[in-house]
Design a protein around this ligand. Structure first.
Ligand code: SIN
Length: 330
């Protein structure tokens, strides 16, 4: 039971939630322009029932998110998890790659305090800006002890998603996020929070070690009429793993599958995911994974499949059976 206000560390990275519009109705803006203290200052009149401790990490659009910022984020969150005075962690983040950051943290952090990512689809000053609402909702989630043991969460609108389910499914709709195979795991407003099930990871340690030397893993999108040259190019630049964003259930032209199979034989794991918006990619349905040596990406889309494959390779897990087990678990 927390007798004082919940104390939340707010790590700022930029994104549209820190963007400012030139005009309330114009379309153009730059992400990551507002400093974290300006953002929190704008939020100070909302009467949020939490003590917020601000720490800016970066001020970028999340298209530029990568290992340098991820390293700092991971270190800061670990420190906050070990700080008995800190009750939860909020990360302001661009929406474009929030799912990758959330899932990377999900794989590499213990699940014992709330870690909540939050973004916005409209910058401050734009008509219908959603940043303040989303942030107020995220504060409520990060303040709730029931948010522990669920891994990192993403709050967008009134929906709370688990890291491994969530993906951005629309370019500009306010309601841009979807979850698969689960939809939102809770609904939140600034004054209410309803979980749709219990936490399953209470006390769970980090699943994988932090990748000190992240391997190069590429996503190859299949297209009708393509040839195998892109596979050769990826191997030529030293890819240590390839994620196929395949057609339908993760398929590709025969010549591409053959080239990918050669990559597997040379020690480069290949994971089949789908370029389709959602659905499972299962083993040996249309593609003979046993014969080709491929891994089926199951519920993970290409972006998150790449994150998992990078983490696995960095942890020395390169055998197709072991990689498949990790993807089956998700
Ligand atoms: C970004 O991802 O940084 C830009 C888009 C957004 O935050 O919605």
């Amino acid at each position: 039971m927390i007798a004082r206000l919940p104390r939340l560390l707010v790590l700022g990275t930029g994104g549209t939630i820190a963007g400012s519009a030139q005009s309330a109705t114009g379309g153009s803006y730059a992400a990551g322009e507002l400093r974290l203290d300006q953002l929190l200052n704008d939020l100070s009149g909302l009467g949020l029932e939490a003590e917020l401790v601000a720490k800016p990490i970066a001020q970028i659009g999340s298209q530029d998110m990568g290992w340098d910022v991820w390293d700092v984020l991971h270190r800061e969150i670990l420190a906050a998890l070990n700080d008995s005075q800190m009750d939860g962690i909020l990360v302001t983040h661009g929406t474009d790659t929030a799912e990758e950051t959330a899932y990377l943290l999900d794989l590499t952090l213990p699940a014992d305090k709330p870690v909540v990512l939050v973004g916005a689809m409209r910058p401050a000053g734009a008509v219908g800006a959603d940043g303040m609402r989303n942030f107020a909702n995220a504060v409520r989630v990060a303040s709730d002890p029931d948010a522990c043991g669920r891994g990192p969460l993403l709050v967008m609108g009134d929906a709370v998603f688990a890291a491994k389910d969530v993906r951005k499914a629309a370019t500009s709709n306010i309601d841009a996020f979807k979850g698969y195979p689960r939809g939102p795991i809770a609904r939140v407003t600034p004054s209410t929070l309803d979980w749709f099930g219990g936490a399953t990871r209470v006390g769970e340690p980090a699943r994988y070690g932090w990748p000190e030397t992240p391997p190069r893993v590429a996503i190859l999108t299949a297209g009708a009429g393509m040839d195998a040259k892109p596979v050769e190019a990826l191997l030529g630049i030293g890819c240590k793993g390839i994620v196929l964003a395949g057609m339908g259930q993760g398929n590709a032209p025969g010549c591409v599958l053959d080239a990918l199979s050669e990559a597997v034989k040379s020690g480069v794991p290949v994971v089949r995911s789908a370029r389709v918006d959602e659905g499972l990619v299962d083993r040996n349905v249309e593609v003979d994974d046993d014969r080709y040596g491929f891994v089926a990406g199951r519920a993970l889309g290409p972006a998150k499949a790449r994150v998992l494959l990078m983490v696995l390779i960095a942890n020395g897990i390169t055998d197709a059976t072991a990689i498949q087990a990790a993807f089956d678990r998700g």
